[in-house]
Design a protein. Structure first.
Length: 545
């Protein structure tokens, strides 16, 4: 006989019930019952101590968002249960929450970060059970559910925020490897958006809806040309969600005549950017002051019909963009001129003969490094009868005038012929949301560099970053609805300052009472939580996974 149930208080009975039920983990928690009677003890206040201060607020907030997305229950339903000591859904949540709050490698999570967090209490996973091997295997177990996760999140986000998936924004980025990744066929050298051409990389194609809400992504080889991904991604999205009446928006890097023909033949609508050299076809329209429509301060657009009337071209010119481009051009022109003057001076002073080919290579390197303005210069390396080499150049004033006139101008293209210029422009500039998605993943969620070498682990790493981005954007929508803007960085940073601590209370009877408590939020934190309609728990009550 251990105890009489009738002599136990409410907390002891609940604890015994949990123990008898074999409840060893948690996905959800709640406050203890508010109507429990107070417990009194005489405490030696001189020896009250605080131990084990852990980061709580950010992980708790992230877990609340995961509950809102239904991801905890979804992972329980799709990830196989076996004889593992810690369930794979729980380990997957560790990866996502760590990526959101303290992005780092699995090894650093296991050795340092997990024990500093409150995840052990929030998820019911003892810190000694979290090791790098278990985290790596969790990546492997999560990856097969990528497609079903994307579909679940698309439907759930649509329900939560009444999203309209009529406009799909498609863009690409790259992320580079530390290491050779020799066993990964997708790890290739290619055009690096991270300016790390010395490293192998993979490219990532992302599709988001208005506001940057994620719909799906795909990973391609690091040397895959952007243009060659369009058909595959369009068919992937349509296979998962249907064609409907969606509009595809892409930047000029995705555009080719073959891709546009493919979109038109399938009855798909599009709004795309075009290469800058296409502006030459509309020189007269640029010069003509008639037909321009001001849609905001410093921005004008003009509609131009394409051949056959099947397409519409939208000329756009921005004052702010013009000033920026002119300033950039002036800096580049100055660098080229200074470089050429320096080379010419060195040739004049040098007594020793300089090889023509060597000097031409130096000139070529200078122009290549300042490619924005290289077309404005005509440079020639000449050799006189005495064998002395000199650099001669002149500016192409005709090209300079054209560059000046088109500064701040760009051209859009669409097969939507019944929209106003403003509507087409507004739809296209939503692409900045896709670009922002990549910035968030690279800066806040640190998708780069990739330390994994195996292809499956790389895919799992990118999937975890994608899920963390979904949590990020969900929190952004919650902040927007609460009147806190749509940038969750400050909210997450503020709430993350809330700690969880162990309070040790020595009693008169010689017994130490230990209470694991959540610190009280400050004034700013209380306002944020109140706006978000969230309430911090004071104590955690674990429930079965």
């Amino acid at each position: 006989m251990v105890a009489y149930l009738g002599d136990m208080d409410e907390k002891e009975r609940l604890g015994l019930l949990d123990t008898a039920s074999g409840r060893s983990g948690v996905f959800q928690y709640q406050l203890f019952e508010e109507d429990l009677r107070p417990e009194w003890a005489t405490v030696n206040t001189a020896n009250v101590q605080v131990e084990r201060a852990c980061d709580f607020g950010g992980y708790w907030l992230g877990l609340e968002v995961l509950h809102k997305l239904g991801l905890t229950e979804f992972l329980q339903g799709v990830m196989d249960e076996g004889r593992e000591e810690i369930s794979w859904p729980a380990m997957a949540l560790v990866l996502v929450l760590m990526r959101l709050c303290e992005p780092s490698s699995e090894l650093r999570i296991a050795e340092h970060l997990y024990e500093r967090s409150a995840l052990g209490d929030l998820l019911g996973i003892p810190r000694e059970k979290v090791n790098d091997d278990r985290l790596y295997r969790a990546l492997d177990m999560l990856l097969p559910h990528k497609a079903s996760l994307e579909k679940h999140l698309k439907e759930r986000l649509g329900e939560l925020f009444a999203l309209d998936y009529d406009l799909l924004l498609y863009d690409m980025t790259s992320t580079y490897f530390e290491g050779q990744a020799e066993g990964n066929e997708q790890a290739r050298f290619g055009y690096s958006r991270d300016h790390r051409g010395d490293c192998k990389q993979v490219t990532i194609a992302l599709v988001v809806s208005r506001g940057g809400m994620p719909l799906g992504y795909e990973v391609f080889a690091g040397n895959r040309n952007d243009v060659l991904t369009v058909e595959e991604m369009v068919e992937k999205i349509e296979a998962a969600y249907g064609r409907a009446e969606r509009i595809w928006a892409m930047d000029r890097g995705m555009v080719s005549e073959d891709n546009l023909k493919y979109l038109r033949e399938g009855g798909r609508r599009y709004i795309v950017g075009t290469p800058r050299n296409n502006l030459k076809k509309y020189e007269q329209e640029l010069l003509d002051s008639q037909g321009w429509q001001a849609i905001r301060e410093g921005l004008e657009v003009k509609l131009c019909s394409g051949e056959g009337g099947e397409e519409t071209f939208i000329l756009c010119r921005s004052v702010a963009r013009r000033e920026k481009e002119r300033a950039m051009l002036d800096r580049v022109v100055k660098r080229i001129e200074e470089g050429l003057v320096k080379m010419a001076g060195a040739c004049a002073k040098r007594k020793k003969k300089v090889a023509v080919g060597q000097l031409e290579r130096r000139v070529g390197a200078l122009l290549e490094a300042n490619s924005r303005a290289r077309g404005l210069f005509k440079v020639e390396v000449v050799e006189d009868e005495a064998g002395k080499v000199a650099v001669q150049w002149e500016k192409d004033e005709g090209k300079r005038q054209w560059v000046e006139m088109t500064a701040g101008c760009y051209l859009l293209r669409s097969n939507i012929t019944d929209w106003k210029a403003e509507e087409l422009w507004e739809a296209y500039v939503q692409l900045t949301e896709a670009e922002a998605a990549f910035r968030i993943q690279k800066s806040d969620l640190r998708i780069r560099p990739v330390w994994h070498q195996k292809a499956e682990r790389v895919q799992g790493h990118i999937l975890v970053c994608f899920l963390a981005y979904v949590v990020w954007k969900t929190l952004a929508q919650m902040c927007k609805a609460a009147g806190l803007g749509d940038e969750p960085r400050k909210v997450l940073d503020e709430v993350a300052q809330i700690k969880m601590v162990d309070v040790i209370l020595p009693t008169r009877g010689g017994i130490e009472i230990r209470k694991r408590c959540v610190s009280q939020p400050g004034k700013a934190q209380s306002v944020l939580l109140d706006r978000l309609r969230m309430r911090l728990p004071r104590q955690l009550r674990f429930h079965e996974m």
